[in-house]
Write a protein that binds this ligand. Structure first.
Ligand code: BGC
Length: 380
């Protein structure tokens, strides 16, 4: 699917430049000297998938997924271009200085990274679910940086196919201000070992699009892809889940109002006074109004990207299994296509866990229609 695969970076950048000049660049994103390397890598990421609920669980297997070699084959065969690998390091490291990461866990993560690389799948490795950061981040700063120091040292000689994402979904007490401060420090730390590696950094408030405006990145570091997550509307995508709050939905709607966005009529119903228990049966029919709520958000993302000359990735999106099958496929297809039309690479949440998964490990089959919608092949 992605034509930059298998070719070294500088050729990829050159090719992308030639294609843009020739007017045949697929997504309409222009590659220029400013964004060059990160932009080429973002094209390489293409349409990918999250290997979620495995290494991001408190311990692997606790959320039903133990990674297997064949999963990487399935991902490749299904036509995905890249993988995002969420990892919960915080339950596998010493609580006190020097915060050593359990070597067995490090080896396990490396095994998963290697399985991607040997299949030519770029892989984004992050820090995920460091849950203490949501309630009381400051006492954990030294440990967080120590984790990055160890990860950066461990993967020092890895090829460019490995990308690092500083942190998944900062939120709550991990405020936008704190996040800007920490991400700048983490970037300096990582750059010590990885001057040329492409990094991925998300916006605050769960990587929500409207929070891009508060994101501050080091101006002189252009090798950064910015990531956003999109689960809007939560009343549809997160119906039936046990971990979503009404407050999150109302915050999302508040953001949209704040930026003067048209809200779809059904949003009145989900104004924060009603929690997830009232969301059952919410459908996504793909009406003009529903679509506009989405495209408006992606417009915000692309204008930000254009203004700041940073390539964008949609690092997570998906609808939980409790939503009706047709709505899930419609919504997923629409988001994949809208993201592509706005020049974002994508990573569907997620590969094979029961909730959002595309692949059923028991029957060894894919949910074919959802797979097509998530991998950008629905029109083919
Ligand atoms: C979390 C997952 C969750 C997903 C959808 C992700 O960021 O890491 O645990 O299932 O969002 O809510």
């Amino acid at each position: 699917m992605n034509m930059n695969k298998r070719i070294p970076f500088f050729r990829a950048v050159f090719l992308a430049l030639v294609m843009t000049v020739a007017g045949c660049a697929g997504s309409g994103v222009e590659v220029d000297e400013v964004k060059g390397r990160a932009e080429a890598m973002n094209r390489w990421l293409g349409h990918g998938v999250n290997l979620g609920n495995a290494l991001d669980a408190p311990t692997e297997g606790e959320w039903g997924v133990v990674l297997k070699e064949c999963y990487f084959d399935k991902i490749k065969e299904a036509g995905f271009d890249s993988v995002r690998l969420p990892v919960r390091w915080s339950t596998h490291a010493l609580e006190d200085s020097p915060y050593t990461i359990d070597p067995v866990f490090m080896k396990r993560v490396q095994w998963a990274v290697d399985r991607c690389i040997e299949r030519d799948l770029p892989v984004i490795l992050d820090i995920h679910h460091y849950t203490e950061l949501y309630t009381d981040p400051i006492p954990h700063k030294e440990r967080f940086m120590a984790l990055w120091k160890q990860i950066a040292a461990h993967f020092k000689d890895y090829p460019e196919l490995l990308l690092f994402e500083i942190y998944n979904e900062p939120d709550d007490a991990f405020t936008p201000e704190l996040w800007n401060e920490w991400l700048a420090e983490a970037i300096v730390l990582i750059r010590g070992n990885h001057p040329d590696r492409t990094l991925v950094v998300g916006s605050a408030n769960d990587n929500w699009i409207t929070f891009l405006k508060l994101l501050e990145l080091p101006e002189d570091d252009r090798n950064i892809i910015v990531t956003v997550h999109h689960y809007f509307p939560l009343s549809f995508t997160h119906q039936g889940t046990s971990w979503t709050t009404a407050e999150k939905m109302s915050r999302t709607l508040e953001d949209m109002r704040f930026i003067g966005q048209d809200l779809p009529p059904w949003s009145e119903k989900w104004d924060g006074r009603q929690g997830p228990e009232a969301w059952d049966g919410t459908v996504w029919s793909g009406t003009d109004m529903e679509k506009k709520a989405m495209t408006d958000l992606f417009e915000i993302a692309s204008s930000w990207s254009e203004k700041h000359q940073r390539p964008l990735n949609l690092g997570e999106y998906g609808a939980y299994k409790a939503a009706d099958a047709e709505s899930r496929i419609r919504w997923t297809r629409f988001i994949t296509e809208t993201a592509l039309a706005h020049g974002l690479s994508t990573h569907y949440w997620e590969f094979c866990a029961g909730g959002f998964g595309l692949y059923h490990p028991d029957t060894k089959t894919f949910n074919e229609r959802l797979l097509k919608a998530a991998s950008g092949q629905s029109g083919k």
